[in-house]
Write a protein that binds this ligand. Structure first.
Ligand SMILES: Cc1cc2nc3c(=O)[nH]c(=O)nc-3n(C[C@H](O)[C@H](O)[C@H](O)COP(=O)(O)OP(=O)(O)OC[C@H]3O[C@@H](n4cnc5c(N)ncnc54)[C@H](O)[C@@H]3O)c2cc1C
Length: 366
């Protein structure tokens, strides 16, 4: 279920699963968008195609039956999934890799002109709308980004980059509920100053409502806001929490180190939608990628009766933010490094991932 990072790995190795006697069905939308390149697309540095993987084509090449649909509910005891197409799909063994969605307790996303950062396709629509608006005379629409985490800062930087690429002063305000903590203080101070120099406004506050052309903060302030971007944290799809499984505070399904859902030996999961109960980690792509070989091994082992392996997620990981102006901010433990080389490394890593997932290799252009 889902064609996230871990299942792309399985798709490419479907022959091993078939050889173990498994009959595979993938239920997922036709296209996957790779988040490591999403802000590069939003800033106008990359095309949408650069970040897109054709899941339907990969499934066809791998000989996997693909249902271009999403799962909207399940009866795990009866081993049946309900799809948004109205179909039902039975299973003996289930693997979940359905990602996450934006935390939105006030349902701000139901108002017009609001763009949650997931699904990523919404950010690409936002870029199209802003580019269309900037083709007309005038300063361009006022965009407010809600969220002071790494994604909020990165999306803000990308939007500033988009305005600059179009020869406009950025009309972008980042509203953070709390002081950011995702990087060392020195890195955050440098990042904040860098964004302010580029014309971005930074405010502390909490957005509680969207009105026509404005958004309202909890303290009563009202900001001009033609588009609102929600980068308010990632949670698991809510329907997962209705399956009677053990979930954490973000609705993520809790797993054993062997990637089995607690109490459900025939249901496995990886990526943002799940968390290993003993070793919780945030919703970051690297964990879905690193869990993938263990997931493959354990699905094969379940089919053949072999020994399951454990996945021990790393405690530290390299993270590189695309700052939308041909520079990046790399973060590793207490170290940080901002500049062009950081972005070059990020591009190489991300474009290599996409090329490999498509079944090729990435060759950098001169
Ligand atoms: C703007 C942005 C930038 C980010 N940048 C980075 C980064 O640079 N590095 C990093 O490590 N992390 C980054 N992240 C976090 C990253 O997106 C997630 O941690 C990562 O995508 C999780 O991978 P996944 O495989 O669990 O799920 P996803 O990559 O979200 O894939 C899930 C797949 O399942 C499909 N799906 C969803 N629901 C269903 C359903 N009900 N039925 C069937 N299929 C379904 C989706 O269409 C999707 O294709 C970023 C996040 C955002 C929002």
């Amino acid at each position: 279920m889902g064609a996230g990072h871990a299942h792309l790995h399985l798709l490419a190795r479907a022959r091993f699963l078939r050889a173990a006697g498994l009959d595979l069905t993938l239920i997922a939308p036709e296209r996957f968008h790779y988040s490591g390149l999403a802000t590069g697309v939003l800033s106008g540095a990359l095309s949408v195609e650069a970040a897109e993987i054709d899941v339907a084509a990969l499934a066809a090449v791998s000989g996997v039956r693909h249902l271009a649909a999403t799962v909207v509910g399940a009866n795990l005891q009866a081993r049946v999934l309900q799809l948004n197409t109205g179909q039902a799909q039975g299973f003996d063994l289930l693997s979940l890799n359905v990602g996450s969605q934006v935390r939105d307790p006030l349902n701000l996303a139901s108002a017009p002109g609001v763009f949650p950062v997931k699904p990523l396709a919404g950010l690409f629509t936002l870029r199209d709308q802003l580019e269309a608006a900037m083709a007309e005379p005038g300063p361009g629409p006022q965009v407010v980004v809600a969220g002071g985490g790494q994604t909020g800062f990165e999306v803000t930087a990308a939007l500033a980059g988009l305005y600059t690429r179009h020869g406009r002063a950025p009309q972008v305000t980042l509203v953070a509920a709390h002081s950011p903590t995702f990087a060392p203080q020195g890195a955050l101070a440098g990042l904040t100053a860098h964004l302010q120099r580029r014309g971005v406004s930074l405010l502390t506050g909490e957005i509680v409502a969207r009105r026509d052309g404005t958004c309202l903060l909890a303290d009563g302030r009202e900001l001009p806001c033609e588009r609102l971007v929600l980068a308010t944290g990632l949670v698991a799809p809510p329907w997962l929490g209705q399956l009677g499984l053990a979930v954490d505070g973000a609705g993520r399904v809790q797993l054993t180190p062997q990637l089995q859902v607690l109490g459900e030996a025939r249901v496995f999961a990886a990526g943002d939608c799940a968390v290993i109960a003993e070793t919780p980690r945030p919703a970051v792509g690297v964990f879905g990628v690193r869990a993938a070989p263990v997931l493959l091994n354990n699905l094969l082992a379940t089919a053949t009766g072999a020994q399951l392996r454990s996945y021990r997620p790393q405690s530290h990981w390299l993270s590189i933010m695309d700052l939308g102006d041909e520079t990046g901010l790399a973060l590793w433990r207490s170290l940080w490094w901002r500049g062009r080389a950081a972005l070059r490394l990020k591009r190489w890593l991300d474009l290599s991932f996409v090329a490999k997932a498509r079944g090729g290799t990435f060759t950098p252009s001169a």
